[in-house]
Design a protein around this ligand. Structure first.
Ligand SMILES: Cc1ncc(C[n+]2csc(CCOP(=O)(O)OP(=O)(O)O)c2C)c(N)n1
Ligand code: SF4
Length: 249
C-alpha cells in the first residue's frame, strides 16, 4: 500500500526528546516556530532569545542560534541583538511569569520603542517551572500555590491582558492572541507566527503573538482536560483575536 507522509519534524527543530511534561503546549509552540522558520528559509539568519521558566532549554531544541536571557530580560536582549544585526530574524520566546511579571518593564518599553522583533508569549496562567505560583495572567479565583484560596483581586489584582495592552503602543504593528489547545487554534497560531516573522523580515516593526497554552501538571489536569479548560474557560477572559494589524491583507 502506498503511504503518504503527512507530517515530518521541521528541519530547524533538533531531534531530541523535549523536557516538557507530556501534553504541554510549549512543544507545539516550538514546532510551529520551527515550521515557519523552515518555510521562510531563514534558519541561518534566525536568532531566538530563551527565557527562564520551562522553556529555558529552548536553545537545545531550536536548530538555529539561541541566546539565553536572565528572568524577564528577553525583550531587552532581543533589542540589542536586532540593533546590532538588523538583517536577522530575532525571536523572543517567553512565559507569562517571565514576560508579564519580572520582565514587564522590558516588555512594555521594547513594544513602545517599536523594536523590529517578534515576541512569542506563552500564556499558561501560572509560573510553570517553579511549581505553579500565581502569574499576572492567573484568573480571578484561580487556585495556585501562592493563592490557595483562589486569586482575589482585592489583594492580588486582576489578570493582565497582554495582547490588548501591547496593542495600545503606536510602535506595535501586529498583536494577536491564539491558542494551541485544538487543531483550529494550532493552525491559526501557525499563521500568526508566520505573519509576525514576515512583517519583521520586511522591516515593518514590532510583532506580538500571545499563545494560550496549558500547564496540565500544575493545573492538575490531564492534557485533554487542560486543553478543554483553555477552550471553555480561559478564552472567556482572554479572547482569541487580532488586537492590532497595521498590515491587514
Ligand atoms: C532573576 C530570576 N528570578 C527568579 C527566577 C526563578 N524562576 C525560574 S522559572 C520561574 C517562573 C517562570 O514561569 P513562566 O515565565 O510563566 O514560564 P513557564 O515555566 O510557565 O513556562 C521563576 C520565577 C529566576 N530563574 N531568575
Ligand atoms: S510544568 Fe507546566 S509549563 Fe512546564 S512543562 Fe510542565 S506542563 Fe509545561
Amino acid at each position: 500500500m502506498e503511504q503518504t507522509i503527512i507530517y515530518e519534524r521541521p528541519s530547524s527543530m533538533v531531534d531530541l526528546r523535549l523536557n516538557y511534561c507530556p501534553g504541554c503546549g510549549h512543544g507545539t509552540a516550538h514546532r510551529l516556530i520551527c515550521e515557519a522558520v523552515d518555510e521562510l528559509d531563514v534558519r541561518e539568519r534566525t536568532i531566538a532569545v530563551a527565557p527562564v521558566g520551562c522553556a529555558v532549554n529552548a536553545y537545545d531544541y531550536f536548530d538555529f542560534d539561541v541566546c539565553e536571557a536572565a528572568h524577564g530580560r528577553a525583550a531587552a536582549v532581543a533589542t540589542g541583538i536586532k540593533r546590532v544585526l538588523p538583517d536577522r530574524l530575532v525571536i523572543s520566546y517567553q512565559g507569562d511569569g517571565d514576560l508579564a511579571s519580572i520582565g514587564m518593564a522590558e516588555t512594555i518599553h521594547a513594544a513602545n520603542r517599536g523594536e523590529n522583533i517578534t515576541v512569542i508569549f506563552i500564556n499558561n496562567a501560572n509560573y510553570g517551572m517553579t511549581g505553579g505560583q500565581m502569574a499576572p495572567t492567573s484568573l480571578v479565583g484561580q487556585i495556585t500555590t501562592t493563592t490557595p484560596g483562589g486569586r482575589n483581586p482585592s489583594t492580588e489584582g486582576y489578570p493582565i491582558k497582554m495582547a490588548e495592552l501591547i496593542a495600545t503602543f503606536p510602535g506595535v504593528k501586529y498583536a494577536v492572541r491564539t491558542t494551541v489547545a485544538d487543531v483550529r487554534g494550532v493552525r491559526e497560531t501557525k499563521k500568526a507566527i508566520r505573519k509576525a516573522f514576515e512583517l519583521q523580515l520586511d522591516g515593518k516593526g514590532y510583532s506580538f503573538v500571545e499563545i494560550l497554552s496549558n500547564c496540565n501538571t500544575n493545573w492538575k489536569m490531564t492534557p485533554v482536560e487542560s486543553n478543554k479548560y483553555i477552550t471553555n474557560e480561559l478564552v472567556n477572559f482572554f479572547p482569541i483575536g487580532v488586537y492590532k494589524d497595521d498590515y491587514k491583507e
